[in-house]
Design a protein around this ligand. Sequence first.
Ligand SMILES: NC(=O)C1=CN([C@@H]2O[C@H](COP(=O)(O)OP(=O)(O)OC[C@H]3O[C@@H](n4cnc5c(N)ncnc54)[C@H](O)[C@@H]3O)[C@@H](O)[C@H]2O)C=CC1
Ligand SMILES: O=C([O-])CC(=O)C(=O)O
Length: 274
Amino acid sequence: MTEQRASSELRVAIAGLGSIGTKIATALDQGIEGLALSAVAVRDPAKHQTFIGGLRHPPKILPIDQLGEVADIVVECAPSSQLRAIVEPAVKRGKAAVVVSVGGLLDNFDLIDLARANGGRIIVPTGALIGLDAVNAAAIGTIHSVKMVTRKPIDGLKGASFIVQNKIDIDNLREPLKLFEGSAREAAKGFPANVNVAVALSLAGIGPDRTEIQVWADPTVTRNVHRIEVEADSARFSMGIENIPSENPKTGLITALSVIALLKKQRATLCVGT
Ligand SMILES: NC(=O)C1=CN([C@@H]2O[C@H](COP(=O)(O)OP(=O)(O)OC[C@H]3O[C@@H](n4cnc5c(N)ncnc54)[C@H](O)[C@@H]3O)[C@@H](O)[C@H]2O)C=CC1
Ligand SMILES: O=C([O-])CC(=O)C(=O)O
């Protein structure tokens, strides 16, 4: 690779090497045109030594607040509790932050003003969802309602604060149980690692207070199932996706692929979809 080509590459850093982060790191290391993996931030470097050492071009390991120093795009793939610590320093430096823990954005919405003031950007991928292109388009007109129903296997919901606080026993369920019905904002509080998709949907459309969601614990499904109905003045549409869980049962395999597709678009000559 010539110096000239290398200097025109977009440098990408990843915060969090779990189910999503390792797949994105692997894809970048295997080669995405015009992009290079420059650094990662991990909680426990020893745990990730074999993975990082096995990459063709091992990236630097840096503290989360330093990723923006060596990257044009910082991809947040950590628990939502870390979102601010990852995104704030990046957007302050005028960099782009790709956020997968979208639910965490609702309590940190000032980051958008901070990014704007510093020339940074916050990018939310479609993630484990579908059709945010259509929702974006419909939102240019008027969307009347957005309704979503999420069904997850028991393993995909265990530990959610809503379930723990309300002492709901889901381990012995034989039939689907509706756990929650309300706004995407309230759902994100009760299920911070389970309904990022509802928040992404709300931000693409009519916001977290008007986007309605039901969350079901469903022992009859093996996938994370999301069904969405949108009523707008331009169209009515229904969307559905059945996500195969990754090694993290809360996270669908398609989430990492969505981020990889988004990264590919940053330098692609042909871009398809909004
Ligand atoms: N937007 C979407 O459609 C979706 C979003 N998600 C969200 O994406 C995020 C990541 O998901 P997964 O990769 O499945 O989680 P994971 O639990 O597999 O990985 C998270 C990683 O972050 C690391 N981490 C924790 N604290 C850290 C710190 N201070 N610095 C660096 N690394 C740290 C952990 O050690 C772990 O390796 C979660 O918040 C999850 O809820 C998950 C699925 C879909
Ligand atoms: O469906 C999935 O794979 C993950 C999910 O709902 C979320 O985190 O929003």
